[in-house]
Design a protein around this ligand. Structure first.
Ligand SMILES: CC(C)(COP(=O)(O)OP(=O)(O)OC[C@H]1O[C@@H](n2cnc3c(N)ncnc32)[C@H](O)[C@@H]1OP(=O)(O)O)[C@@H](O)C(=O)NCCC(=O)NCCS
Length: 339
């Protein structure tokens, strides 16, 4: 239908040509939980956990430490490193599946606590892919002109949703927060995101019950996460390397040009299998933050990124391939220039 000539046309904003990660910050809770603390309840051993998952220890938040508390700590570091004030942020995206309120969002409270109000704010529920989803949304918002500086946080308190007697999850999950500031750039700093979801596997990583079932079923168990470990493992190993390759191709970057590979930290064996399938040359450093962090879902990629930059195993300004994948099932991969 053609527009009526008397109808004024709608003004639309023009964004920045490109966007990039301006900074990263992270927060790891104080308490270190070693494998030995968990093995008795699941009839396991430190050796089994190390060999089958690569995990040596993970961090658990304190009882009175919330998802929003951890997100605030990581965000303040990222803001300081970007040289920005909270008022410069006009969009707050918090990727999490463990903020224990259906509503309101953690993002809304975080924006208020930081002093970023009236920034728009919302939580992203895309599990372990949530942070990479957020980076993609931030990139698109900045390029389209709907935001100038976006705070993207990946944060989880998975210790609240663990069944300590469940052999497939008790030892895997950890807590923490990672945050990036995404802002305008004169040169391309975030490549095209290859992303998607496969709801046919909705029940492979899922809460044990809905809130309604929990309320209405007598003697119902707390809806901790449960996971079909082998099914998820196979999916990750066989389906995620091709997604990572597509993200490299879409960005026009060869594996050998990477300064770092920062995949979601689900299992060290999954990371190694992806490295092999991608044919990553030995000179490309790969994150194995899972050793000390376990699987922190949405927080895992920014936590791993910050560790690599702090330890100097990845260079500031180098190209990194990111990929997140998990419950949904969801996935997202992109090449970024490291802050
Ligand atoms: C959970 C996971 C580590 C289990 O490892 P696995 O090698 O697949 O283990 P399996 O379930 O095949 O079990 C292998 C054996 O170990 C035993 N086992 C399982 N869990 C165990 C545990 N915690 N401790 C000791 N033994 C265990 C099993 O009973 C089985 O014994 P059997 O061979 O005598 O029958 C692995 O499946 C995994 O990492 N999955 C994906 C994780 C992931 O990606 N999560 C989410 C993405 S966000």
């Amino acid at each position: 239908m053609s527009q009526n000539p008397s109808t004024p046309s709608i003004a639309t904003p023009t964004g920045s040509a490109y966007a990039r990660l301006l900074s990263v910050g992270s927060y790891r809770p104080e308490r270190v939980v070693m494998n030995d603390e968990l093995v008795e309840a699941i009839d396991s051993s430190d050796q089994w956990i190390r060999e089958r998952s690569g995990i040596v220890s993970r961090r658990w938040a304190a009882t009175d430490e919330s998802v929003t508390d951890m997100a605030e700590n990581a965000s303040r570091v990222a803001l300081e490193r970007a040289g920005l004030s909270p008022a410069d942020i006009d969009m707050v995206l918090v990727a999490t599946v463990t903020h224990p309120y259906q509503t309101p969002s953690s993002a809304s409270l975080l924006a208020h606590r930081l002093g970023s109000t009236p920034a728009a704010a919302l939580d992203i529920s895309a599990a372990c892919a949530g942070f990479c989803y957020g980076v993609s949304l931030a990139n698109d918002m900045i390029r389209s002109g709907s935001a100038r500086h976006v705070l993207v946080v990946g944060v989880e308190k998975l210790s609240d949703f663990i069944d300590l007697h469940d052999r497939s999850t008790a030892f895997i999950f950890g807590d923490g927060a990672g945050a990036v500031i995404v802002g305008p750039s004169d040169t391309p700093g975030i490549g095209p995101t290859v992303w998607g979801a496969d709801g046919s596997q909705w029940d492979t990583i899922v809460n044990k019950s809905s809130w309604i079932e929990y309320r209405d079923t007598e003697g119902a168990e707390w809806p901790a996460l449960k996971m079909a470990g082998q099914a998820v493992f196979r999916w990750a190993v066989w389906q995620m390397a091709p997604i990572a390759q597509k993200a490299l191709d879409a960005a026009g970057v060869a594996a050998g040009d990477l300064a770092a590979f920062i995949p979601h930290q689900a299992n060290a064996r999954i990371v190694s299998a992806m490295v092999k399938q991608l044919g990553l040359p030995d000179h490309v450093p790969v994150s194995y933050d899972i050793e000390q962090s376990g699987n922190t879902s949405a927080a895992s990629v920014p936590l791993a990124m910050d560790r690599m930059l702090e330890e100097g195993s990845a260079p500031h300004g180098g190209l990194a391939l990111l990929i997140g994948f998990g419950a949904g099932l969801t996935y997202a991969a992109q090449v970024v220039e490291l802050p």
